[in-house]
Write a protein that binds this ligand. Sequence first.
Ligand code: NAD
Ligand code: ZN
Length: 236
Amino acid sequence: MAIADSIVVLTGAGISAESGIATFRGPGGLWEGHRVEDVCTPEALARDPLLVHRFYDARRAALAGVEPNAAHRALARLDAEWPGELLIVTQNVDDLHERAGARRLLHMHGELLSALCASCGARRAWRDDLPPGTACVDCGAPALRPDIVFFGEMPYDMDRIDAALARADIFVSIGTSGAVYPAAGFVQTARWHGAQTLEINLEPSGGSHLFDESRMGAAGKLVPAWVDDMLASISP
Ligand code: NAD
Ligand code: ZN
């Protein structure tokens, strides 16, 4: 058996597209009919908290009507069976990776099923609607907001992600436009540390030229094929 490589997988909205969750930069650069600047910035939250909270309430409620697809399930199988290091870093705020069974998973841009206290910083699992002014369970301040990392805010777990990228032998980016930093720079970091890099996307992304290899097509087809190859490479 070959020595099992260390793998970092980055996923974006494209991996959830076949489950029926709209991507970010669909037609016209809108997300479910909203301009990104109107629902994804601290300024938008301060200006119109009701609009922003309702937007994420609708996204949270919509989770009940979607299921993980073959790409989420394949990554969960890789997670269960890969004997080496593995970290799945998702930019997605849906819960489809964990519902498929992935465990070695980080949500760098937050989660719909979590509430963040703007006063004390506590994060709590949250399934219901979250009206502005909801009291924090931990400190009592009426300051709970969607636990979503807005533009201009620091993504979660960057230390752990950077450490994993530095050790990675293989870096795979799936269904992301490569337009949102710092995630868009992970491929360069991984390469700089010597990783082989692969992009799986429906069409070439802005950063395609940064990868050693690009495979173009639907994640639901290409990710299971890649996972099969990876697991076959370590079978005795
Ligand atoms: P993006 O919308 O900017 O890009 C999506 C990419 O996926 C595109 O390059 C597109 O070509 C590709 N794609 C579409 N369908 C695909 C398929 N079936 N198979 C493979 N690739 C496919 O998304 P992003 O790069 O993740 O950046 C968007 C930001 O928006 C993220 O930070 C995320 O937090 C947020 N967001 C999350 C969700 C979610 O949680 N599901 C949905 C929309 C936006
Ligand atoms: Zn609090």
